[in-house]
Ligand binder design. Structure first.
Ligand code: T46
Length: 134
């Protein structure tokens, strides 16, 4: 499973510069961008999967932990670098924890916001996987 993607750093002695283009560094067309910031200490987010949406999450400042669960394996990723993206495919349960105070988590998404694409109940997620909905 494609998960962590290391992006090129085109920086020079002036500093760092990372470029992301759709269907290149980002393996889909980007339809939406959002970012999470000023997350309270001890707050956890996520706890859902998407039926079709693909996303890449990048910690452009600070750090956080993202747990991915495909129904068979559960893996914890520590994001702390602006040149690393975490690919989150469809039918992957995600949980976000341990946001640092300065964390800015940028997310590139393959589609516009659609609440009907969310599976917000873990038992439903497993049931849909078992029913071959993926
Ligand atoms: C995801 C993780 C990584 C919108 O109206 N438009 C949007 O594009 C988004 C992303 C959210 N919202 C609304 C829906 C809720 O009323 O903003 C509120 C908070 O969203 P949610 O509770 O889903 O936030 P997270 O941090 O749990 O999840 C978000 C994304 O929703 C989700 O797709 O994969 O970040």
């Amino acid at each position: 499973m494609l998960e962590l993607i290391k992006f090129n750093n085109k920086g020079d002695r002036r500093g760092s510069l990372t470029v992301l283009e759709e269907n290149k560094e980002v393996p889909f067309s980007i339809k939406r961008v959002y970012y999470l910031y000023e997350t309270g200490t001890g707050v956890s987010r996520g706890f859902h999967a998407h039926k079709t949406l693909e996303q890449i999450a990048i910690c452009v400042a600070g750090s956080c932990e993202i747990i991915l669960d495909d129904g068979y394996n559960r893996k914890t990723h520590y994001l702390k670098s602006p040149d690393v993206g975490l690919y989150i495919g469809n039918f992957v349960w995600r949980e976000m924890h341990k946001f640092s105070q300065d964390c800015v988590l940028l997310v590139l998404a393959s589609d516009k916001y659609n609440e009907d694409d969310y599976i917000r109940d873990y038992e439903c997620f497993i049931r849909e996987l078992q029913n071959g909905k993926k």
